[in-house]
Design a protein around this ligand. Sequence first.
Ligand code: UN1
Length: 542
Amino acid sequence: MLLQIDKLKFVGHFRTAACVQASRGAPKRIVIYCWAQRFRNTLTVLPNNSMDTYRNFIGGEWVESTSSRMVQNLNPANTDDVIGSVRQATRDEAKRAVDAAAEAFRGWRATPAPARGRIVARAARLLEDHKEELAQILTREEGKTIAESRGELQRSINVAEFCAGESRRMNGETIQSELSSNFAYTIKQPLGVVACVTPWNFPVAIPVWKVAPALVAGNTVVFKPATLTPATGVRIVELFQEAGIPPGVLNLIIGSGSEAGDAIINHPAVKAVSFTGSNQVGIRLYEEVSRRGAKVQCEMGGKNPVLVMEDADMELAVESTAQGAFGSSGQRCTATSRVVVVNDVADEFVERIAKRAGSMRIGAGNDPATEMGPTVDEDQFKTVLSYIDIGRDDGATLVCGGSRAMGDGLDKGYFVNPTVFDHVTADMRIAREEIFGPVLSVLRVKDFDEAMQVANDCEYGLSSSIFTTDAVRVFRFVDEIETGMTHINSPTTGGEAHIPFGGIKGTGIGDREQGSTALDFYTDLKVVYVDYTGRKREGNLY
Ligand code: UN1
């Protein structure tokens, strides 16, 4: 990983080489600093034993955890590549982070929103300046392709820019009264300390789309990234620090959900928790946090259907479905996991999607030729393979994939072949449960009505898509599909920074994230009645 020299502090001086100390503490890297008459050059050398041990950021200080519980941060494309190690933060450290955030709240709340927004705008610039560096880290620790990582970085920059702009639009309403010389208005106020608990699959974009609006709204934040992706989490916080976030306003705790996470979400000073992750964790978190009256926003699983009608542009339907199902190795809550296709075109669709899946270039994400990277870790890898077994056992027809991907350079990573099952029925587990891997289920139906019924027969409601050229069907689909977001003739994945994101049914709890709704979750609405008659009220106002 290439480090920039301005991030490092020299501890010696000499013409050819210097030991440097990482600005955040213990010796970590050796930089050889070459100087010659005509040029200056910096090289970064990472000795084998010089892995990062990620630190927590509490009250403006980078502090090493005292915990003895360590986990390694591995490259899922090659587990010999140990990126760093994580000491799982203790309950006490988590509590200290919340206390620091609580202490910083008064000052941050009093900072005008546009001034808060300016810091977030600076963070957006820094994300842009470090886009390639962060994309490389993302690919190395999460596995997605470098093109996907760059896309995620761009989306994060867009979100930060959008939120910075929102700081100048924290407007309320002025409302006419039933009484003369009276009116009412509303103001948006910050909540206090909020916790942002984020998953590994979008380890830059999701933290940014939670932390940026939380800060703009005037809250102080404790951010807990997934322990599988600590390096990106640390880098994001470093950039916000560099952007000028005051001490205590943004804190980082890297640790397990059961210990550090539990301590954060149950701390009485935490007024709101924004969570993205599995239903299993999200529902438990919701029960606990809402019980003590704090706000909760959960963005959870998906089982997103694509409908393919007989009048679809087949090439477009196949390409878009492959993109949605196998992009990010299917590890997106908006990934396509079901195709509901009418019988007339089912054979053709299955043949073409299987061919496309079989031709995908699988490999390490940092190879620009790679189309699909690995699954994120051993657990996820095993889960995906076990769902493939379940599909087979339940009687679905395996059309392609269905196994670990083997071959040159793949044996040290968690690669799964893109998999397509045909003749899946709505009662099968692979049609109902979120797999979070490159596994696509094809469900055949007789017509549009049956397609709608099958598509909606699902506990989740995040995203969906239809491929048709019939405008009547498009609008019936939009009307009837039970998902929070839907796409016409395009993949189920993706979203834009200035557009609300989220699902219904079992997918989402609480306000929508991003876009015009981004600040709703992070603010309380106060209503102010103003009476400027100067007299005792005569009329009846109930
Ligand atoms: C996207 O697919 O556009 O965890 C982003 C997830 C979602 C974010 C996905 N909350 O996959």
